[in-house]
Ligand binder design. Structure first.
Ligand SMILES: NC(=O)c1ccc[n+]([C@@H]2O[C@H](COP(=O)([O-])OP(=O)(O)OC[C@H]3O[C@@H](n4cnc5c(N)ncnc54)[C@H](O)[C@@H]3O)[C@@H](O)[C@H]2O)c1
Length: 415
């Protein structure tokens, strides 16, 4: 297969993940990186053998060099997607764009428009669409194994420590600097559910709030930082326990630890917790995104879907029950139990998903599947290898915004 050349915008965790997969399979080669952090930029360039002229301080400097690769990976933070995406599309790059497309409907529409105008392929990183598990579920539905889909119950178990890491202490804790939780995290789930139904819902409602990670919930003797806190040993959200526990495990050192510190010694981790955002008490942060949310959707044929996102779980694969007119599927992200109402028989389908649910282990094979599909699509010019294009991702993002409007106004939104 032709080797696809890549320019990576944002040499952080996600940029690294896609670049590593491209190099590991030999399907892609990174020839340029845009990354303002000098340490990250140098490490990225060294790992992928990028020549000095391929190292750029930021996306604007990379864009000023013209089109230097077949495709661009845009893996900057949520609020820095639109500028690079539109500019790189106008330069003729095919684009792998991290989710969410952008933090507003207007900006996401600008990105989709730039992709259409320039005739490029743009894949939003909805990794769940690319797991072996999803392929099997879609195959069972498309093959009529449970008849017509009448309702779905879907759970996203964010995980107590993951919520604390990303959505209380970390980058995605505030709507004004990132996005609402439903967009920043659960846009994957809404996208996946729409993918299963094969169409968007017609009506949507939602409820949810920030229930626990707030000042009113703080136990009286708690200190502002875990390292000074008398309650730390018994607190489920102890930063000390979480991050010191990552040391020695390469997956956990990559994520979540590398968001906290580039250091890999106990002293360096403790210093980051003493001074940085990840050592703060979860009841004394400046977070405002929800820690639990429900979304209920109705489709044109009366089918319904309920979705729960919760912080108060172990961090596991999503769980989904699919109720059809002729059968039932119960899935845990890896194994599916199918009951066929025609025979009463039960079948267990192992989907051979690689890896666990987190970013450290590739989102159940989704990171690999997405990277491989994107590179194959660019190499062959065959956009049908992608499981969604910019227009479809814009449509599923619009469902997210409709759900947020429903939550904030306490109403049922008609799409
Ligand atoms: N698809 C998924 O499952 C998934 C999982 C996690 C995160 N994400 C998304 O991926 C994106 C990146 O997240 P991350 O965890 O890799 O963050 P990160 O902080 O590790 O990486 C972002 C990088 O962008 C760099 N950057 C900042 N300004 C820049 C500029 N002007 N030009 C180029 N680079 C610039 C930062 O220095 C940083 O290294 C976010 O939008 C996030 O929501 C997606």
């Amino acid at each position: 297969m032709t080797e696809v050349t890549l320019a990576v915008v944002g040499g952080g965790l996600r940029g690294l993940t896609y670049a590593r997969r491209a190099h590991a399979t030999g399907a892609g080669r990174v020839v340029a990186v845009a990354e303002p952090d000098p340490g990250r930029r140098a490490a990225f360039a060294a790992e992928f053998g990028i020549p000095p002229e391929g190292e750029h301080l930021g996306w604007k400097e990379l864009a000023a060099a013209g089109r230097v690769a077949d495709a661009a990976v845009i893996a900057t933070h949520d609020q820095l997607h639109t500028g690079p995406a539109v500019t790189m599309a106008d330069l003729g790059y095919h684009i792998l764009l991290e989710k969410p497309m952008a933090t507003s409907e207007r900006e996401s529409a600008r990105i989709a428009d730039a992709a259409r105008r320039n005739g490029i392929m743009l894949a939003v990183c909805h990794v769940l669409r690319y797991t072996p598990y999803t392929r099997v579920v879609r195959g069972l539905l498309d093959g009529g194994r449970i008849g017509r889909l009448v309702s779905v119950q879907h759970l996203e178990p964010v995980g107590w420590w993951h919520q604390a890491h990303s959505f209380v202490r970390g980058h995605w804790r505030r709507q004004d600097t990132s996005a609402p939780m439903l967009l920043a995290k659960a846009c994957h789930d809404i996208d996946w559910l729409v993918h299963l139904f094969g169409r968007p819902p017609t009506k949507i409602s939602s409820f949810g709030s920030l229930s626990h990670f707030r000042a009113e919930e703080r136990p009286a003797p708690a200190a502002d930082r875990c390292l000074d806190c008398p309650l730390e040993p018994s607190c489920p959200y102890s930063a000390k326990r979480l991050y010191l526990g990552c040391l020695g495990d390469p997956d956990s050192e990559f994520w979540p630890l590398s968001a906290v510190t580039p250091g890999r010694t106990e002293a360096e981790v403790l210093e980051a917790l003493r001074t940085g955002p990840y050592g703060r008490c979860v009841y004394a942060c400046d977070n405002d995104v929800v820690d639990h949310q429900e979304v209920v959707m109705e489709f044109d044929d009366g089918a319904t879907c309920s979705f729960t996102m919760s912080a108060f779980t172990p961090m596991e694969h999503r769980r989904t029950r699919l109720f059809g007119t002729h059968g039932y599927i119960d899935g845990d992200g890896s194994t599916l139990r199918l009951v066929d109402f025609r025979t009463g028989e039960e079948e267990v389908v192992e989907t051979a998903g690689e890896g666990g649910p987190s970013a450290a282990d590739g989102h159940g094979g989704g990171d690999e599947g997405l990277t491989d599909a994107f590179l194959a699509a660019v190499a062959s010019g065959d956009a049908s290898l992608l499981r969604s294009d910019a227009a479809e991702s814009l449509m599923t993002h619009r469902v997210v915004w409709a759900a947020e409007r429903a939550r904030l106004t306490g109403s049922v939104v008609t799409l």
